[in-house]
Design a binder for this molecule. Structure first.
Ligand code: 0L1
Ligand code: MG
Length: 257
């Protein structure tokens, strides 16, 4: 099956690279497992490494009830971040480089010490070097943003780009911070960081566990996007998008055609 998985990985990579939607994998591969899906994800991101992109870290997906309900899936997932996915905070994002991009406010951690496997929240926090407000741009490569759990995992948990604001000290309390997603100065989504698995540090604990299971670790310098606390907003050219997180600050960008 590995040649088959590589072909599916190439299809998803090409869909992302050319911003062209593709059909769900399960339409032709109804028996695809979660394990197959992570293998496809790894093979698809390997193609980016071969084009010169480098590791920037990981993202956790579907960490809030709002997100699970929005996409009709009920499990936490993860994906990989590359340097090319990182965008300039305060800059612009080209809408045409994506299929149907959406923005969601997130909390980002940067890792100072290796972390993998079963860890407590205290151990996870000790591995953190700093925390920042962030936004993830998700862009399902599937038509109509519709997918099953294996589909979305194979598609790098929809990750396509991200913005990071200013880093603050790791002791900053992120347990229950107000989060507002604004479009042209108007609040379109409001939430709390507590919606991220009850506390964003649990996303870090889950990342260590799930990455450990896959033979991976969080390493110094890795960014971890802890997951969204609200539903995501579909981007339209001309919009100015800003996410403000209480005590952490804000992060913003403008959508170009
Ligand atoms: O980051 C996320 O929570 C998204 C995970 C994938 C589901 C989606 O595309 O909304
Ligand atoms: Mg996200």
């Amino acid at each position: 099956m590995s040649a088959g998985l590589a072909a599916l990985a190439a299809r998803l990579d090409e869909a992302a690279r050319t911003a062209t939607a593709t059909a769900q994998l399960i339409e032709t591969h109804p028996d695809l497992t979660t394990e197959d899906a992570y293998a496809i994800q790894r093979l698809s991101i390997q193609r980016r490494w071969q084009r010169g992109e480098t590791r920037a870290g990981f993202k956790m997906g579907l960490t809030s009830r709002a997100k699970m309900q929005q996409v009709g899936v009920s499990e936490v997932t993860w994906g990989r971040l590359t340097n090319a996915m990182r965008q300039q905070e305060g800059g612009s994002l080209r809408r045409s480089a994506f299929v149907h991009p959406r923005a969601e406010p997130e909390i980002a951690y940067i890792i100072g010490k290796p972390l993998a496997g079963e860890v407590s929240a205290v151990e996870a926090m000790r591995a953190v070097e700093a925390v920042a407000p962030a936004m993830e741009i998700i862009d399902s490569r599937y038509a109509n943003f519709k997918f099953s759990l294996p589909d979305v995992i194979a598609d790098n948990s929809s990750s396509s780009a991200f913005f990071i604001g200013s880093w603050v000290r790791p002791e900053t309390d992120v347990a229950n911070l107000g989060i507002v997603l604004e479009v042209d100065g108007r609040a379109v989504e409001i939430g709390s960081s507590a919606a991220i698995l009850g506390h964003p540090v649990r996303a870090l604990v889950a990342a260590a566990r799930l990455l450990g299971r896959a033979g991976e670790s969080l390493m110094p310098g890795d960014i971890l996007l802890a997951g969204a606390a609200t539903a995501a907003h579909a981007l339209r050219p001309g919009e100015h998008i800003r996410a403000a997180i209480q005590n952490l600050g804000a992060v913003s960008f403008t959508v170009e055609a």
